[in-house]
Design a protein around this ligand. Structure first.
Ligand SMILES: Cc1ncc(COP(=O)(O)O)c(C=O)c1O
Length: 344
């Protein structure tokens, strides 16, 4: 028997990078390559993208964007927080669960060699933290308590509220490694009293080196248009560029139009940073305005966009509204250039 197809069943170890993520990242490898610390336009664009990424990650866990730090992955994040807290606290003791990921267990062995005191909290046969053991080990002060949200081998999900409350009551910083939990387990860092949390992009369809959208919410047409968008790109020397954004969801759309002397849109392209529906909405919007006069293009509504997509889920209607606004902005930009040219 020959095996013709390989099936990957180890998403807990790592996931592939989804097309959506690749599409969102592409501009930052090509045209938007600035250093976010640079003060020129390239830098400012990159800084804007970084701010948006921070906001999106923060939103997923109800954190403040200023609390998000980028690392190469969870191993680095785990090292950073445990080492950072122990180095700066007067208390040189940490408490971690016995079933932490090797990135914590191996680190703890090293920290022990370096003279720190590490104690391990017992778990029961299902991998659930023993509250009585935790309470007894918290009798002595600990600078930090680290308990993972979900286990990478057996999938046990901890009662994090209880664990965090116990740690906080004893004055310890509470850290959780949520690498296996994000996207599957509800996390609200404020409500759950989590002081520090580690994440890793490569477990959630990002690159090795942070939010996955549930594609099941879309119909097949939307997915098809997203995957094979015909109008992605830019138009060099565009007659008008419409850029719009939605701060809440982080979508940014740019529509480029080429207009001839008869005021007909001869070409339309887009660059969209956002979700599946944002990309699909801009693609169909470009299709719909090509060959139309600018006045006719202005008559394209978000309802037309939704119809062309065969429908959008209620939570994604705003993408169609943005697409309509991007058309309007591109036409406005074109008219502005025309009026300027007339005046000169
Ligand atoms: C629970 C947990 N923590 C940390 C890590 C390490 O993540 P990274 O590969 O991003 O360093 C993993 C990855 O296997 C994990 O499952």
């Amino acid at each position: 028997m020959s095996i013709s197809k390989r099936i990957y069943l180890d998403n807990a170890a790592t996931t592939y990078v989804s097309g959506e993520v690749v599409q969102a990242m592409m501009p930052y490898f090509t045209t938007e390559f600035g250093n976010p610390s640079s003060i020129h336009a390239f830098g400012r664009e990159a800084e804007k993208a970084l701010a948006m990424a921070r906001t999106q990650i923060a939103k997923a866990i109800n954190a403040d964007p200023s609390e998000i730090y980028f690392t190469s992955g969870a191993t680095e994040a785990n090292n950073w927080i445990l080492r950072g807290v122990l180095a700066t606290s007067k208390i040189k003791r940490a408490l971690v669960s016995r079933i932490e990921h090797p990135s914590i267990i191996e680190l703890c062995k090293k920290l022990t060699e370096e003279g720190y005191k590490i104690d391990y909290i017992d778990v029961d046969q299902d991998g659930i933290i023993s509250v009585s053991d935790m309470i007894s080990k918290l009798a002595k002060p600990a600078a930090i308590v680290s308990v993972m949200t979900a286990n990478n081998e057996v999938g046990t999900i901890q009662f994090l509220n209880t664990v965090a409350n116990l740690a906080k009551e004893r004055g310890a910083i509470f850290h959780t490694d949520a690498t296996q939990a994000i996207g599957s387990v509800f996390i609200d860092v404020k409500e759950m009293k989590i002081d520090a949390l580690s994440l890793s992009a490569h477990k959630i369809y990002g690159p090795k080196g942070r939010i996955r959208e549930n594609k099941n919410m879309y119909n097949e047409k939307v997915i098809e248009i997203f995957k094979n968008s015909k109008n992605a790109g830019m138009i060099a020397g565009a007659s008008g560029i419409g850029k719009v954004g939605n701060v809440k969801c982080g979508d940014i759309m740019k529509i480029y139009i080429k207009v001839n002397e008869k005021q007909v849109i001869t070409d339309a392209k887009f660059k969209t940073f956002g979700c599946v529906s944002a990309i699909a909405s801009t693609d169909v919007a470009c299709d719909m305005i090509k060959g139309k006069t600018i006045d006719a293009a202005l008559k394209v509504t978000n309802k037309d966009v939704i119809d062309a997509l065969g429908g959008l889920p209620a939570v994604k209607i705003h993408c169609s509204v943005l697409a309509q606004e991007a058309i309007e902005a591109a036409v406005k930009d074109y008219r502005k250039h025309q009026n300027k040219a007339k005046k000169n």
